[in-house]
Design a protein around this ligand. Sequence first.
Ligand SMILES: *[C@@H]1O[C@H](CO)[C@@H](O)[C@H](O)[C@H]1NC(C)=O
Ligand SMILES: *[C@@H]1O[C@H](CO)[C@@H](O)[C@H](O)[C@H]1NC(C)=O
Ligand SMILES: *[C@@H]1O[C@H](CO)[C@@H](O)[C@H](O)[C@H]1NC(C)=O
Ligand SMILES: *[C@@H]1O[C@H](CO)[C@@H](O)[C@H](O)[C@H]1NC(C)=O
Ligand SMILES: *[C@@H]1O[C@H](CO)[C@@H](O)[C@H](O)[C@H]1NC(C)=O
Ligand SMILES: [Cu+2]
Length: 406
Amino acid sequence: MLAAKVLLQLQLLFSVALALNIPRAADTTKKPWVPATSKKTYALADKGRANLKAYIKTHPAYAKPGCTLQNAAVRKEWNSLTIPERKDYIRAMKCLKAKPGITPASFGYPGIRSRHDDFVATHMNQSFTIHSTANFMVWHRYYTWALEKALRDECGYKGYQPYWNWALTALDPLNAPMFDGSDASMGGNGDFFNYTSFCINDPVTGQCQILVPQGVGGGCVTKGPFKDWVPTLGPVFPAVTYLNQTNPDPDHLGRYYNPRCLRRDISQFVSSKWSKDDDISFVITNNTNIKDFWYYLQGDFPNGYMGVHGAGHFTVGGDPGSDFFTSPGDPGFFNHHAMIDYVWWTWQNQDPATRTNALYGPTVLNDFTTPNGTLDDIIDAGPSVPKVKNRDAMNTLSGPFCYTYA
Ligand SMILES: *[C@@H]1O[C@H](CO)[C@@H](O)[C@H](O)[C@H]1NC(C)=O
Ligand SMILES: *[C@@H]1O[C@H](CO)[C@@H](O)[C@H](O)[C@H]1NC(C)=O
Ligand SMILES: *[C@@H]1O[C@H](CO)[C@@H](O)[C@H](O)[C@H]1NC(C)=O
Ligand SMILES: *[C@@H]1O[C@H](CO)[C@@H](O)[C@H](O)[C@H]1NC(C)=O
Ligand SMILES: *[C@@H]1O[C@H](CO)[C@@H](O)[C@H](O)[C@H]1NC(C)=O
Ligand SMILES: [Cu+2]
């Protein structure tokens, strides 16, 4: 009782001290961004890399012929790219958005206006069979790789898909180089638009599971390289229903042309609560079987646990970023999913022999009455992408791939 009272008084004193501390330098000058720690997550990745090296020594067939740890492509963290490398990635992303789409009209998505939209429509169409399903990690791995390949082959991008290490941005996402709205960022926050809060709803029951308070954004992104980015597909299932945005598609599948601004509300509330170094390393170390890993990586909304996957999406928020169907319409989507892939890769590498081909889950979103996913299930990642089986895409040094992470 007494301890609690003392603590409360200390907290009051502390907030008074903060209040007296104005005007602060931050009011007029931008504070330099300080990345939060990623020590545990990086240590696990290092350990995984060492395991992988040792495993390949005794099992050389693990990597496909011609692919070695020495010549594999290396995906880097956003902050580890040079400024020209970041700008080349941004340029290539805009190039994909400027090129016409190739999805056949018969697919039924008349709102497609670009090569980038081909990817958005593919994700929209399969939303119920690629989330909370056995293929969640492997489908998004192959899909992200296909986008990376399109950036390189069709838009002359020289690098590889950069990942967004959420740990680094967890405490101060707004000032992070990735979202600070500078020329070499993935675009800034949205302008302020007060919607009070939003609920993350269960896609099946529609019930509110996690309440996320209003941040300092919510409106259109008006700063940075993506200020003129125009999402055209959707919305279908945005967390931010305050927008009153509806797609003219009578089937409510968001398939028709609906040009609008890119909206974001970058949420420090979400990032600091669910995507810190401890949250990420916990997912990797505390879940030694695929069932638990699968479950904790994606999150368990009914129990109020967002998980790092949801956290990345809801740190960006807005429209289409927070939309279960159309989230790839936000250009930051692939940086986020490269990080999901990095976490899975790190988890696999803790024990390559047993974890590389481990699969758990049903074939339809959280519906355990549907058949379990298998290594023979087909991955369809879009119109320009060869179909492969799950088993072909489990190992980043085999099948269509030859890459690792730095
Ligand atoms: C996916 O596309 C197919 C073929 O165009 C269509 O029949 C189906 O309704 C679409 N599903 C969703 C959820 O958009
Ligand atoms: C947003 O609006 C709500 C409800 O009117 C209000 O309580 C809240 O203080 C506002 N938030 C901001 C950041 O202005
Ligand atoms: C959405 O509709 C509500 C109720 O009609 C209105 O109060 C709100 O301002 C609208 N929001 C936008 C972004 O237009
Ligand atoms: C970590 O895993 C152990 C063993 O499976 C479990 O008992 C424990 O509850 C987990 N910790 C958390 C915080 O979920
Ligand atoms: C899926 O696999 C689990 C074991 O992981 C099993 O308990 C369950 O019955 C299987 N579901 C179906 C529909 O076959
Ligand atoms: Cu997805």
